[in-house]
Ligand binder design. Structure first.
Ligand code: HEM
Length: 142
C-alpha cells in the first residue's frame, strides 16, 4: 500500500501507538493544574480505555467506541475554551514525544477539532476552573 491509501491509524503505528499517545496525553493533562481539576472524580482506567477506543475509531482503526457522546460526557463540566486549548496542546506534545510526523498530527487534530462545540461550555481564556459539584462522573468499566 502507498502512504496515501493507508489509514491514519496505520500511519500512526496502529494500536501500540494509539495506546502510547493516550497514556502520554492523559498523564500530561493530569499533571497540569490548568486542566486537571475537571478530572477530580474521573475513573482513569475508564478514561484511557475510552479515549484509546475513540482515537482508534476516528483514525480508521478496527475499534468501536462505545463510550458516551462527547456532548453528554462533557455536559455540565463548564469547560472553558482556554482549558480546551490546554488539552489540545498536550495532545501535540504527546504526538511530538512519540515522533508522529506533523502531517499526521494535523490530520488527527482536524478529526478531533469538530468536537470542540460539544465540549466547550464557557467561551473564556480562563483555565484551572473547578469541576462543578453537580457533575456526575461516569462509573468504572466492569
Ligand atoms: C478534542 C478533545 C477531547 C476529546 C477527544 C475528549 C474525549 C473524551 C472521551 C472519549 C472521554 C470518555 C467518555 C466516557 O467515559 O464515556 C472523555 C471524558 C472526559 N473528558 Fe474529554 N475529551 C476532550 C477534551 C476535554 C477537555 C478540554 C476537558 C476538560 C478540561 C475534558 C474533560 C473530560 C473529563 C473530566 C472526562 C471524564 C468524565 C467522567 O469522569 O465521567 N475533555 N473525554
Amino acid at each position: 500500500m502507498t502512504t496515501q491509501t493507508k489509514s491514519l491509524y496505520d500511519r500512526l503505528g496502529g494500536l501500540g501507538a494509539i495506546n502510547a499517545v493516550t497514556e502520554s496525553w492523559v498523564a500530561r493533562v493530569g499533571g497540569d493544574d490548568r486542566a486537571n481539576g475537571k478530572f477530580a472524580r474521573t475513573d482513569l482506567p475508564r478514561l484511557k480505555k475510552e479515549v484509546a477506543d475513540q482515537l482508534c475509531e476516528v483514525t480508521g482503526g478496527p475499534c468501536a467506541y462505545t463510550g458516551r457522546s462527547m456532548r453528554e460526557t462533557h455536559a455540565g463540566m463548564e469547560t472553558t475554551s482556554g482549558e480546551f486549548d490546554v488539552v489540545m496542546q498536550h495532545l501535540g506534545a504527546a504526538l511530538d514525544e512519540l515522533r508522529v510526523p506533523k502531517p499526521e498530527q494535523g490530520e488527527l487534530v482536524e478529526l478531533l477539532r469538530p468536537m470542540r462545540d460539544d465540549i466547550v461550555e464557557v467561551e473564556s481564556p480562563q483555565t484551572g476552573t473547578p469541576l462543578p459539584d453537580s457533575y456526575q462522573a461516569a462509573p468504572p468499566l466492569t
